[in-house]
Write a protein that binds this ligand. Sequence first.
Ligand code: ACO
Length: 315
Amino acid sequence: MKILSVASAMPQKRVRNEELAAFLDTSDEWIRTRTGIEERRLLSGDERLESLAHQAAQTALSRAKLRPDELDYILCANVISDYITPGLGAVVQGLLGASCPCFDLNAACAGFIYALQAAQGLLKSGAKTILILCAEMNSRLCDWTDRRSCVLFGDGAAATVVASGGEDFLFQMTAQSNPAVLYAKNAPGNSPFHNPWPAEYLTMNGQEVYKFAVGAACSGIRALLEFSGLSTKSIRYFLLHQANLRIIESVREKLGLAPSLFPTNIQRYGNTSSVSIPLLLDELFQGGKLKPGDQLILSAFGAGLQTGNCLLSLA
Ligand code: ACO
């Protein structure tokens, strides 16, 4: 598999920590020191997630010099969109004017890595070109009266075009079911036969998630290095899911590596779930910081609890 292009499209509205402190019992100082976040982008007014995803997809296709009708598949990593059904990938397929099959997958913050692994399987079974969309409206999941969670998240979309060719990507995936530490529950229906659980906004045991994230990222990265026989010196960048700067720092320290190997953008976007790693990739490509032959390790962790780790070499 090889990556042909990456692009992102973020909401217009920047919300700085101080703006949250205007209606929540929080402060810029608390949010910065506990998370590293300075601001986030949030959907506002009539802005729609599907439009952001469409814009990211169009840019990625144009960078890959491909037409929508040349796609063999669209995979969309998404936790929540304006639709329960159809999946967001099917909505964006129509906006693009593509005609290929598509499906959505929800692996929370590890969605991009799960989509990459699924794409590699589809390419091995005959597909030639696949669009991976990651699009998240975390602001819809959060309780905006709960300072423990809503300050952490942001919205956005990213698109990645992958194609057959290049070297196999190496994956290390895990899932250990534990919905209690991080979940959001759907709106109840009105079936007269069923007693649904009440809807609940995003609920998180931050410290449990923190411990899980640090341990899982360290063991996932070590496992990839061991399987591949590579040393950390061969890796150009470690791109970690941007959930909390302290999580990234802690993983980096445990691995004994330099800060320059762990690019971050959580300061400007908060936690954008499955979008965070392709958003970082887009920034690195656009900033001229990546070249063919560079080896990258991607590491994501989130609700489930699920993790996805990937070692790839840029074609
Ligand atoms: N502003 C001010 N005070 C706050 C805020 C806030 N926004 N949020 C919590 N506090 C208070 C708490 O109420 C608590 O007060 P108390 O001691 O009087 O009870 C105090 O700050 C300390 O709270 P802790 O939860 O102990 O703070 P901690 O240092 O653990 O930081 C945090 C909390 C940032 C959530 C951290 O645990 C974390 O980052 N965990 C991982 C979360 C994460 O990564 N989630 C997403 C991953 S999965 C995914 O991406 C979907």
